[in-house]
Design a protein around this ligand. Structure first.
Ligand code: 13P
Length: 253
């Protein structure tokens, strides 16, 4: 049986002091969550990874990053490499979040390069895919998701998916309070597994598929109850220890 994974994406929020407070809250409240039952990670802004990683050492919560360069070293002003993230103790890296695709013009090809760079350092990429409202209303959701996944599989190979996580995040549900219904999310997750199964059924069966987009304490359990939903990528609700803990508790299976 697949384990559930709950990942907090803190986006560009927090200060050293507020993060310290959030982590203390999480560590107190998550003592009831057994690491045997659910995987948990948080992805702080890059400048706070070192602090978070040290504070989480020995805890059941892993540290991740929100982005990484497609290059390992060199004259790339402002970039952070997967090598550096690995040195800081990261285990996961979010790749291809819709905010990076839309606000920073990240292409499918560029995202595939980042995915490969992240895996080359032994880190687990969390590949984000998702459609806009216009694309959903035009009936393009499944085709688009398939394209976004194939853009990576074609370059990295299907075996690489055995060492990755995929997060389905419909853009219209991110930060809007408008969650996809469990049925809408399940339909896309099942499709993702089907797309991967065409290349390798075992990889399709083993991969953790997360849902993201306005996941809250009051809707998490219903989402996690779906057959192909193996956890969540949480934005806003991951900034409050109580809310994030409640979502992690709902993910125990
Ligand atoms: P919200 O949970 O705030 O909708 O954000 C989702 C998200 O973008 C996580 O990566």
């Amino acid at each position: 049986m697949r384990r559930n994974l709950v990942v907090g994406n803190w986006k560009m929020h927090g200060s050293s002091a507020s993060i310290d407070q959030l982590l203390c809250g999480l560590q107190q409240q998550l003592t009831t969550v057994c690491s045997e039952q659910v995987d948990i990670a948080v992805c702080p802004p890059a400048v706070f990874i070192s602090q978070v990683s040290k504070q989480l050492a020995g805890s059941i919560v892993a540290c991740g990053a929100q982005n990484a360069s497609d290059q390992q070293e060199g004259a790339y002003t402002g970039e952070v490499s997967a090598t550096m993230l690995a040195e800081l103790g990261c285990q996961y890296v979010i790749v291809g979040h819709s905010e990076r695709r839309s606000l920073y013009a990240e292409s499918d090809a560029g995202i595939a390069a980042k995915f490969i760079a992240v895996q080359s350092q032994g880190l687990t990429p969390i590949l984000c895919v998702g459609e806009s409202l216009i694309q959903r209303e035009a009936g393009e959701t499944l085709t688009l998701i398939e394209q976004q996944i194939k853009a990576v599989v074609d370059v990295a190979g299907i075996d690489a998916m055995a060492r990755a996580v995929i997060a389905y995040e419909p853009i219209w549900a991110i930060g809007t309070g408008k969650t996809a219904s469990p049925e809408q999310a399940q339909q896309v997750h099942a499709h993702i597994r089907q797309v991967l199964a065409a290349d390798d059924p075992a990889v399709a069966e083993g991969i953790q598929l997360l849902y993201g987009g306005s996941v809250k304490a009051n809707n998490a359990a219903e989402l996690f109850g779906q057959q192909d939903i193996d956890g969540a990528l949480v934005g806003g609700a991951s900034l409050k220890a109580e809310d994030f803990t409640a979502i992690c508790l709902a993910a125990i299976n």
